[in-house]
Write a protein that binds this ligand. Structure first.
Ligand code: TRP
Length: 334
């Protein structure tokens, strides 16, 4: 198959990430690294989804700063604003408008089945209506640009299925407008917490549980050295979750020779965890150090505001044109 040449015959991708804290290596290996690779073959639109972030408790002064910081992080990781469109979601209020329109064709029953809502709503006292309709906003994000492919983690597949239902219902009620959406699930990288390897790596569990992409080497070293390796009774066969997690990180850094070597030592029963940890640390820093350097340079250049508003400008052109058509199809004011 020939590679498409222009943005017109490239398939469009949309994906989003919430500005809810520091980017960790689970985000990087599980999502962002795929986003970067996809830029070669697709017309990519990537959004920092602050409208989504406000559905959980947040502080206004932190929110805007985090959105900007995350934009710098994404660029440092290799998102290229020349080839892709990167912007902050709330710069395009059409996302919220389409969410409202979609809310009229989404059933309460479908929303009630969303497992992410069930989980998240157990973590807070105040359960916002926004948290409940979060998946509708996600559908609006994707469909506002009529994107066909959506790179996501496995945990988002249910939301994407709902997006597909919404698109189909719209098309059958108002006429064919939205394409079929297909998820692109990354290599299934699911990095676990260092301090509790039975849980997925997450910022909300606290400092000891994750490694930040921009974290300084000393602190990363310390966290890896104190990573849990064997918890509870040693399983009769196989590796403990913590050791498997360290191996997974090693594998993700792309050092397959070292990975094989360590695996062989494990099988032979000669592996020293302290040695494994040292190697994981060093190979991981080989991936992170250039990103951190790039991050510092981008921050010093001070162009992020400009880059984001140029990105929003590109997104706005598409969003405005599509929302106009949608309004007309639905019978709203034009
Ligand atoms: N809900 C997604 C997550 O938590 C983030 C997101 C928002 C998203 N809008 C999106 C992902 C649109 C893909 C497409 O990871």
């Amino acid at each position: 198959m020939q590679r498409p040449q222009t943005s017109h015959d490239r398939m469009r991708i949309f994906s989003g990430i919430q500005p809810t804290g520091t980017l960790h290596i689970g985000n990087y290996f599980g999502a962002i690294r795929n986003w970067v690779a996809l830029q070669d073959d697709y017309d990519c639109i990537y959004s920092i989804v602050d409208y989504h972030a406000i559905t959980a408790p947040f502080k206004p002064d932190k929110l805007r700063r985090r959105s900007h910081d995350l934009a710098l992080d994404l660029l440092a990781c290799g998102i290229d604003p020349e080839r892709s469109t990167i912007f902050i979601q709330s710069a395009i209020p059409e996302h919220a408008e389409l969410c409202w329109i979609f809310s009229a064709i989404t059933s309460f029953g479908d929303l009630s089945r969303m497992t992410q809502f069930k989980e998240k709503s157990q973590e807070t006292d105040f359960i916002s209506a926004g948290l409940f309709i979060y998946p509708i906003l996600q559908a609006a994000d994707i469909l506002l640009y009529r994107a066909q492919r959506v790179p996501v983690g496995e945990d988002q597949l249910q939301h994407l299925e709902l997006s597909r239902r919404i698109a189909r219902r719209f098309n059958s009620r108002f006429g064919d407008f939205f394409p079929e959406i297909e998820p692109i699930v990354g290599k299934g990288a699911r990095i676990m917490s260092l301090a509790n390897p039975s849980r997925k790596m997450s910022k909300s569990d606290g400092e000891a549980h994750y490694i930040g992409v921009m974290e300084d080497a000393r602190s990363i070293h310390k966290k890896i050295r104190s990573a849990v390796t064997d918890i509870g009774p040693t399983p009769a066969q196989g590796m403990s979750e913590g050791v498997a997690n360290l191996f997974q990180i090693l594998e993700l850094t792309g050092e397959s020779d070292l990975y094989q070597e360590m695996q062989a030592e494990f099988v032979a029963g000669t592996l020293r965890y302290s040695n494994l940890k040292e190697i994981v640390f060093q190979t991981l820093m080989e991936v992170l150090a250039p990103i951190q350097k790039q991050r510092a340079q981008l921050a010093a250049e001070g162009q992020i505001e400009k880059i984001l508003s140029a990105g929003a400008e590109k997104a706005r052109v598409i969003a405005k044109e599509n929302i106009r058509t949608i309004r007309r199809m639905v019978g709203l004011a034009v």
